[in-house]
Design a protein around this ligand. Structure first.
Ligand code: USQ
Length: 406
């Protein structure tokens, strides 16, 4: 297939591009390199040293003989460029990662909220709009999030996208209908993915676009089979308070002897998936497109659930690192249970890579190797969900701990 990977320079976009190229597909990355600009804005860098995208693709070609093409295009702002590119290349499929993906970054300030909404919603809409205008029958695979469902405990498993409901008619009968599972976003970032869902419903219904939405959990790990091929193909690995995600952060913190930063009681239960499984799921989704005129295909892209404090305790035991119980900078339920259906990927052949000591210590080893690149003052998560919460989360003089809630 000819596949365009929108956002192919990012944390999942890069290993996905390598995985699809390795599988024999013709891969074109479209990216505005915004993730690199945000690193500059925040004054942070990936734990692993990343080369330019041009250098990365050059090394891939030198090592494997395969080419990955790169195009500097901003999906949200350069509509004409995007449309021209699509008209010229007519890809069979598009994988859409080109969105700002950090919840804490989206909540930093009013400017960051505006940026996240404008960037994410426009990128998705521009893409859908261009496919219709050009009459392309391209399969669009979008990286959504488990966060569209919210994290309240409902006592029932979360289905894959659609919920059967019974509605009482005026005549007193009950009719059944399948609706999108009610959206319940916990951040501006998650809200943009809920808005994306509505755009997909409309374009699938009105223009018969073929769309797959992948509701992914928290990705952990760093290497995939292809990123291991050469040191310069290494994936990015975020540890800072905005872009670092919980399990990878704990592993890096353990590697540098930084107390594990558990928010609140650590009672949040979340869905997880290893980065290797993430790229496999995307390939499976590409190979199983919905029919034209069919409904939006939705998969839950996760393999296991864990409570944050259980992860912290496991890593603390494994490495001897202490746990810091911190006031939560987010507005979220202190405790939640989470049961998620994920049979669709399993039935299509996914063999989950679950949390194992071997893989966890491999990540700690990667983190130790690059520990000299960590700026400890960038570890605390200080982006607060409300102004009231902000008063409780300023850094203390060591830049290590957060003020406790009074
Ligand atoms: N948390 C801690 N300590 C930390 C960091 C996080 O206790 O040092 C807690 C948070 O308060 C939260 C949970 O861990 O309860 C998860 O936080 P996270 O930063 O790992 O994940 P999140 O903000 O939800 O976002 C990440 C990705 C996002 C993706 C989402 C999937 O950045 O792109 O959509 O995971 S999901 O969480 O399933 O919605």
């Amino acid at each position: 297939m000819k596949i365009a990977v929108m956002g192919g320079d990012g944390f999942i976009g890069w290993p996905t591009s390598l995985h699809l190229s390795h599988a024999g597909h013709e891969v074109h990355i479209l990216d505005n390199l915004s993730r690199r600009w945000i690193d500059t804005e925040l004054g942070v860098q990936s734990l692993t040293p990343m080369d330019s995208i041009q250098e990365r693709t050059r090394i891939w070609h030198a090592e494997t003989g395969r080419r990955i093409h790169f195009n500097l295009i901003d999906l949200a702002r350069d509509y004409e460029l995007l449309k021209n590119w699509l008209a010229e290349h007519r890809p069979d499929a598009i994988v859409h990662f080109a969105e700002q993906r950090a919840a804490p970054y989206s909540m930093k300030s009013d400017r960051h909220k505006n940026y996240t909404v404008n960037n994410n919603v426009n990128a998705t809409h521009n893409l859908l709009n261009a496919l219709v205008e050009l009459e392309l029958d391209t399969h669009l695979v979008h990286l959504g999030t488990m966060g569209v469902y919210g994290y309240s405990t409902v006592g029932a498993a979360i289905p894959e996208g659609y919920l059967p409901v019974g509605i009482e008619t005026m005549g007193g009968e009950t009719v059944s209908q399948e609706i999108l599972y009610p959206s319940n976003p916990g951040s501006i970032y998650h809200m943009t993915k809920c808005l994306d869902q509505l755009l997909f419903q409309f374009y699938a219904k009105n223009d018969r676009l073929r769309i797959t939405d992948l509701h992914q959990g928290i990705v952990w790990g760093t290497h995939t089979e292809q990123t291991r091929i050469h040191e310069q193909l290494v994936n990015r690995f975020d540890y800072d308070g905005d872009y670092g995600t919980v399990l990878n952060r704990f592993l890096i913190q353990a590697a540098i002897g930084y107390p594990l930063t558990v928010h609140g009681t650590g009672g949040q239960t979340r869905a997880f998936i290893h980065v290797q499984d993430s790229v496999r799921c995307i390939e499976i989704a590409l190979n199983n497109p919905p029919a034209r005129g069919g409904r939006v295909e939705i998969f839950n892209q996760m393999t296991e659930t864990h409570r944050v404090r259980d992860l912290a305790e496991m890593i603390s035991k494994m490495t001897g690192t202490e746990i810091a119980w911190l006031p939560n900078p987010r507005k979220e339920a202190p405790e939640n249970d989470l049961v998620v259906r994920n049979e669709k990927f399993l039935e299509l052949g996914l063999k989950p890579t679950t949390l194992g000591q071997g893989l966890l210590s491999e990540i700690v080893d990667v983190a130790k190797k690059y520990a000299y690149r960590v700026d400890r003052t960038r570890v605390p998560a200080v982006s607060a969900w409300t102004k009231d919460i902000a008063a409780t989360v300023e850094r203390d003089p060591e830049g290590m701990r957060l003020k406790s809630v009074s």
